[in-house]
Design a protein around this ligand. Structure first.
Ligand code: AP5
Ligand code: MG
Length: 188
């Protein structure tokens, strides 16, 4: 299965991805994690991306697309994967669709995790990752609203979108996600 998680910063994409990849036995492809690792490894891409991440701005599409295209061609992704935080712009979504269509392996399901902004801010403030300072959080919300939210309509029009309530405990959220995923598996 190929599943995309969409949601604002702090929605629980990473938390829920960790559970879902165990359930589905597919790799977890988080562009945020890959970019943070590249930064730690001090690669050219990582150092360039760091400036965007710290400011809460999206890294340029061309950079992220190249990372993802390389990753999904690795053998462990042959049976599917879970996209966490990608795509995040219409250009990324269209490029991914073209790539997957060329390989005959389209997206099966898009899960949008819905959480109100006050809850998101409380979660991020409590975590304290490098980009969890208020100015970067605000920028990340803005970027989500303007660049990523339009993807909901894009995937809705393709009949792929399922919106899941992301409030409550991680277990409660996962039960909702599992129900949606198991239903999609049954209908596949
Ligand atoms: P990314 O790493 O994807 O960050 P994000 O989208 O801002 O989201 P987070 O990782 O902060 O939140 P999450 O939804 O994963 O929630 P989590 O499970 O961690 O991207 C970072 C940056 O990289 C971007 O700003 C951009 O610069 C760049 N980037 C990445 N992808 C890109 C792309 N495709 N294009 C361009 N640039 C890109 O949960 C958050 C906290 O809440 C945790 O502490 C968790 O323990 C807690 N929590 C989770 N669920 C619950 C719950 N149910 N109840 C209580 N607490 C909870
Ligand atoms: Mg995350």
């Amino acid at each position: 299965m190929r599943i995309v998680f969409i949601g604002p910063p702090g929605a629980g994409k990473g938390t829920q991805s960790a559970r879902l990849v165990e359930h589905l036995e597919v790799p977890h492809l988080s562009t945020g994690d890959i970019l943070r690792q590249a930064r730690e490894d001090k690669t050219d891409v990582g150092l360039m991306a760091a400036e965007f991440i710290d400011a809460g701005r999206l890294v340029p599409d061309s950079v992220v697309v190249e990372i993802v295209e390389e990753r999904i061609q690795q053998p462990d992704c042959a049976q599917g994967c879970l996209f966490d935080g990608f795509p995040r712009t219409l250009a990324q979504a269209e490029t991914l669709d073209t790539h997957l269509a060329d390989h005959g392996t389209p997206i099966d399901l898009v899960i949008a995790v819905d959480v109100p902004e006050d809850v998101l801010i409380a979660r991020l403030a409590a975590r304290g990752r490098d980009d969890d300072i208020l100015s970067a959080i605000q920028k990340r919300f803005e970027q989500y609203q303007s660049m990523t939210k339009p993807l909901l309509e894009y995937y809705q029009s393709k009949g792929l979108l399922q919106v899941v309530d992301g409030t409550g405990t991680p277990d409660e959220v996962f039960d909702r996600i599992k129900a949606v995923v198991d239903n999609a598996v049954d209908n596949a």
